[in-house]
Design a binder for this molecule. Structure first.
Ligand code: PLP
Length: 368
């Protein structure tokens, strides 16, 4: 019950454990293309999509590096650890970063982002995290996309911990680049980063042909192979075939359940957990009206470091949850992931029982 990688279904594992297959040929190409289509359905997009071999962050790197040139300006929304990572990536590509910050427990403010674009009308890119996994805050991507679309600035979104568990509609909202990862709500092992780019994003890449940002994480390399070798080898490299096929099973299961049903199921777990936490006197980082369906971040009681709770659950209950992430939060917050169909109501109840036991043993009750 950590916020990824998640426990995966046996069918997904079975696929992963099959003999290694070649990364080209008619059979593989059909399987790869089908996986891309399933991903497009989950992202709710018709945008051209590639499956990079790397963790989710490789996709973030590709998004920034493919769309910008050194010296340009990036407006980055940040309210936590992963927002900061977007800034570091942009800095790594030599961009001037304009941060638009919110308090770590508050969602990003679209008005502040709009004001930043007023001050920096030359911004080459805007980047935000959809679900800030450090705090469980869900950011208002739809409103932000309305602003960037009106101003014709490309928006890239880190949906690594949200896609498949929190409502997201790339085309309807007008997002230009969506970056995901296999190991969270998509229910597969880690290793690949799906990334989709809008027509507008591809046009920007064409226009900036002098970007010269390497080869592997340059999206145009992926597009070129997909076009030129599309009939037998639709990607530039030896792709992680078994991981892609395991992801395909995860996606088939997700779409068979239905996105709404999944989100509903996770929301039910979140509510059950929050109800129990409240009875025990724990305080969640976000209010119920702004709950994340897939992750619950909770303050540790006064005088208790969250890692003690994490350690107690691990040792006494054989359950793994996570501590906090980021400055000022790492010891104060613990995080319970419920972004997998392997997590049940019984697991939520077990966590609550364990937390009650922890309180009794430590002689603490109310939260900070
Ligand atoms: C997990 C996570 C990442 C990092 O993903 P990797 O696959 O480890 O590179 C980035 N952003 C968010 C929001 C995440 O939850």
């Amino acid at each position: 019950m950590i916020p990824g990688p998640v426990t995966v279904d046996d069918e997904v594992l079975h696929e992963l454990g099959k003999p290694v297959r070649p990364h080209y040929g008619a059979e593989w190409t059909a399987q790869y293309n089908q996986t891309r289509e399933l991903l497009q359905q989950v992202m709710q997009t018709e945008a051209e999509l590639h499956i990079l071999v790397g963790s989710g962050s490789s996709g973030l790197d590709a998004a920034v590096g493919s769309l910008t040139r050194a010296g340009e300006t990036a407006v980055i929304g940040t309210n936590g650890y992963f927002g900061e990572r977007l800034m570091q990536i942009a800095e790594g590509y030599g961009l001037k970063v304009v941060p638009v910050e919110s308090h770590p427990t508050e969602p990003l403010d679209p008005t502040a982002l709009e004001a930043a674009l007023d001050r920096h009308p030359d911004a080459a890119i805007v980047g935000v995290v959809h679900h800030e996994t450090a705090t469980s805050v869900v950011n208002p991507v739809q409103q932000i996309a309305a602003i960037t679309r009106a101003r014709q600035v490309p928006l890239f979104v880190d949906t690594i911990s949200s896609l498949g568990g929190i409502p997201y509609a790339m085309d309807d909202w007008g997002v230009d680049v969506t970056v995901a990862a296999s190991q969270k709500c998509l229910g597969a092992p880690p290793g690949v980063a799906p990334i989709a780019a809008s027509e507008r994003a591809w046009q920007i890449m064409e226009r900036k042909a002098d970007r010269g940002r390497g080869w592997y994480l340059n999206l145009q390399t992926w597009r070129r192979f997909s076009q030129e070798w599309g009939r037998w080898h639709p990607h530039p490299i030896t792709i992680a075939t078994n991981t892609v096929l395991a992801l395909r099973v995860g996606l088939q299961q997700l779409l068979a359940d239905g996105l709404d049903a999944r989100i509903g199921y996770y929301t039910g777990l979140a509510r059950r957990l929050r109800g129990g936490l409240r009875k025990l006197g724990f305080k969640t980082v976000t209010p119920d009206e702004a709950l994340s369906p897939v992750l619950t971040a909770v303050y540790a009681p006064e005088g208790v470091a969250s890692r003690e709770i994490v350690g107690f659950l691990r040792e006494q209950y054989d359950v793994m949850i996570s501590g906090g992430l980021g400055e000022g939060l790492s010891d104060r917050v613990f995080r319970i992931g419920h972004m997998s169909m392997q997590v049940t109501e019984a697991d939520i109840d077990l966590i609550l029982e364990a937390l009650q036991e922890f309180q009794q043993r430590r002689g603490v009750s109310a939260a900070a």
